[in-house]
Write a protein of this length. Sequence first.
Length: 154
Amino acid sequence: MIIREGVGIGRIQIGVSTFNDVVNVYGSNYIAINHKQFSNEIKLINIGISFYYYCSDEEKKIFCISIKEPFEWSTSKGIVLGKSLMIDVIKNYGEPTWRTTDESETWWSTYEGINFHVPIDKSIPRFPLDEKRYIKKTIIEIDIIESDKIDSGS
């Protein structure tokens, strides 16, 4: 399946599809997780895909899709989850804007409509970012986000 930046995957589209659409496409084998009254996550069991909608959204429209290994899906620009390196992302998408949080297990680079995550290297200090080390890491998660927003969404 192709990961479409700022759009979605398959029949699920960012900003268009709802929680009910996700259930209609993927079934009810999911875990619902509330993230501090900010967003709700629909985590598909044993699949590695999560869909997020804002708690305040009565329509429950999906604003972020997070895809993790073991999938080997690729983006429209050829980045393959679990195989491509961050250096490949930079070659195809340009210079990144790097982000992380104190709680996160990843550093991620943000682009229009998409984020790419690599694992935190716990053998070195988290800050400042050692970009030379992180560009050699494999992409372990991809988030599809709304095109007009650059955020982790999770």
